[in-house]
Design a protein around this ligand. Structure first.
Ligand code: DX5
Ligand code: ZN
Length: 212
């Protein structure tokens, strides 16, 4: 299991230390939650802060856009050269155009789905995607409770991926901890995002290890 700590639960007064500590503790990616106050009822960070996180990180960035006007945000964050950028299917009229643009920019394209959005929405995009991000909480805040129905959706998505693009990864985001991690692995998850569980732990290394 690959692990991407979400800095949403970090202490932003000590961002450099927080990012360095999760990298040293075994993170595979650093997950960045970009919220615009429109798609979700919360507002987080822009390129200036993400640049500071990037400087502190020796792991690739995984940027999760929870925004309207996705093409604008893609161009805004592209110069920071993240490994992945995911945008929400619920907010994008021309997803194929945008994931092609990401590919041209040298960024691995990913699409995010809210907990209630069916995997069938992206069936015909799977061949062009490197990753699907399944939200297992309503996007907007860290520290929420895992929504169990996403497990069934993960299994259905895994079947579609095997048929259409076996190289496509499944990332799951929200409410992940050592209690649900085995079920997530069995359902076909490749990467977990975890915020509160890792940043709230007394020992970050042990927390990441418990997910791996
Ligand atoms: C929620 C974000 C998540 C969140 C996960 O909108 O996309 O990345 O920070 O946090 P936890 O692990 O605390 O649910
Ligand atoms: Zn996220």
């Amino acid at each position: 299991m690959l692990v991407a700590p979400s800095i949403l639960s970090a202490d932003f007064g000590y961002l450099t230390d927080e990012v360095q500590s999760v990298c040293a503790a075994g993170a595979d990616y650093v997950h960045i939650d970009v919220m615009d106050g429109h798609f979700v009822p919360n507002l987080t960070i822009g390129p200036v802060v993400v640049e500071a996180a990037k400087k502190a990180s020796n792991k690739p960035l995984d940027i999760h856009l929870m925004t309207q006007n996705n093409p604008f945000f893609v161009e805004l964050f592209a110069p920071l050269k993240p490994e992945f950028i995911s945008f929400h299917i619920e907010e994008e009229k021309h997803p194929h155009r945008l994931l092609t643009r990401l590919r041209d920019l040298g960024i691995r394209p990913a699409i995010a789905l809210n907990p209630h959005t069916s995997e069938s929405e992206i069936e015909y995009l799977l061949g062009d995607l490197d990753m699907v991000l399944l939200m297992s909480v309503n996007p907007g805040f860290g520290g929420q409770k895992f929504i169990p129905s996403v497990l069934e959706k993960t299994r259905r998505l895994k079947t579609l991926i095997e048929k259409r693009n076996p190289a496509c990864l499944i990332e799951l985001d929200g409410g992940v901890n050592n209690q649900n991690i085995s079920a997530l692995k069995e359902a076909g998850v490749d990467i977990v995002v975890a915020g509160a569980y890792i940043f709230g732990a007394a020992n970050k290394k042990q927390a990441i290890l418990s997910l791996k």
